[in-house]
Design a protein around this ligand. Structure first.
Ligand code: KG4
Ligand code: ZN
Length: 349
């Protein structure tokens, strides 16, 4: 009889935790047969951030055609799928419930296992899906719009949090600073591009590294520092920009300060784990300066940095269907009463 480790495993993944509706088919945790991602940027840019109620409604409207497209593009029939994987934590509760309802329905109709996926663990898995060779234990940095977390990774399904943001996530800081500077949403890619034209040393924004051995992050102070620099002490976000403020310089200086902190904390995590492999995933890991600086730090300190491929940095279901494979091999499937868990509380390892 074929064992779980020898049999081919084709999985449909569903991701609706925030403002991307995504479905993907992945074989054996490696081969991406299809990956469909529908971004809701058009819906939320007017508000400068994700509006949960609008996000849920859009997921409901598009989930069925997105699932159909993923299966069609994978050129496999519904009955050829071996399991249905879905993000159940963390995320916007209403948004998570849309994906969960869809995946549970499919699991019930086709009589196949349901696999619940932690979104942050999937961001780490995205780097492995890109073909990156990683030795365990490794350290991992997940840096996205909703989260900034460091993990010790003992295997793709065994992750221990080492630290996390105590206020804003790095991506949230990018988005809010872009808003202050009058750039569009999401702000990360725009700040990344604009920083190329600016002087990284123009403004000395604060780097909050907390206690010398802390692996936690804090990004709310720098956001306020940018606001006051651009618009004056105690200004509000809608206050006009002061005369003479050079937006590309502010962008480049802000980005450098955030990158400094992310690099410093990643170095601490690498040392704490005692590894020579650092995995990096999440939307902000697409940032070119962060990639350059982490690669430089790895070269200097003798560790290897494995990034998620750019197309798998932001939210996608390929990383969900991919991570389902090692979980399925270990028999870690879920019951149909699997619930959405909006917030994960980190007990640090
Ligand atoms: O992983 P993701 O799609 O969503 C969450 O799980 O939160 O990350 C989205 C975040 C946004 O805050 C966006 O501004 C940021 O990733 N981002 C970037 C870049 N590309 C996306 N931040 C900095 N530089 C980039 N190139
Ligand atoms: Zn994400």
């Amino acid at each position: 009889m074929a064992t779980r480790s020898s049999r081919s495993f084709t999985c449909l993944g569903v991701e609706t935790s925030c403002d991307e509706t995504s479905a993907a088919v992945v074989r054996n945790g490696r081969d991406v047969l299809s990956s469909v991602v529908l971004s809701q940027v058009d819906l939320h840019e007017l508000f400068g951030g994700v509006v949960p109620e609008l996000a849920c409604r859009r997921h409901v409207e598009v989930i069925v055609p997105i699932l159909g497209r993923a299966v069609q593009e994978a050129q496999c029939g519904w009955d050829q799928l071996d399991a249905f994987a879905v993000t159940y934590q963390p995320g916007l509760v209403g948004a998570l419930l849309v994906g969960l309802s869809a995946a549970k329905t499919l699991a019930m109709v086709y009589g196949k296992p349901l696999i619940g996926i932690d979104h942050l663990h999937a961001h780490v898995y995205a780097a492995l899906l890109g073909g990156g060779a990683v030795e365990f234990p490794a350290a991992a940095l997940v840096v996205s719009g909703g989260h900034t977390v460091l993990f010790q990774v003992d295997s793709p399904i065994s992750l221990t949090p080492l630290g996390a943001t105590i206020d804003d996530a790095a991506g949230e800081a990018f988005d809010k600073v872009a808003n202050i500077l009058g750039l569009g949403y999401p702000g990360g890619p725009q700040l990344d591009a604009l920083s190329e034209e600016g002087n990284r040393k123009a403004v000395d924004f604060p780097r909050s590294t907390l206690e010398p051995d802390s692996l936690d992050f804090s990004f709310s102070g720098i956001k306020t520092a940018v606001l006051y620099h651009c618009k004056g002490q105690n200004a509000g976000r809608k206050t006009a920009m002061r005369k003479g403020v050079k937006v590309p310089d502010v962008a480049a200086s802000f980005q450098e300060a955030v990158v400094d902190v992310l690099v410093e904390k990643s170095l601490r995590a690498v040392r704490r784990v005692g590894t020579d492999h650092l995995i990096v995933g999440g939307g902000v890991s697409a940032n070119r300066r962060l990639r350059q600086r982490l690669n430089e730090a790895g070269g200097k300190e003798g560790f290897c940095v494995v990034f998620a491929p750019p197309e798998l940095c932001t939210d996608n279901a390929a990383m969900i269907a991919g991570l389902a494979y090692p979980l399925w091999k270990e028999g870690k499937t879920a019951e149909l009463d699997l619930d959405a868990v909006p917030t994960v509380t980190f007990s640090r390892g």
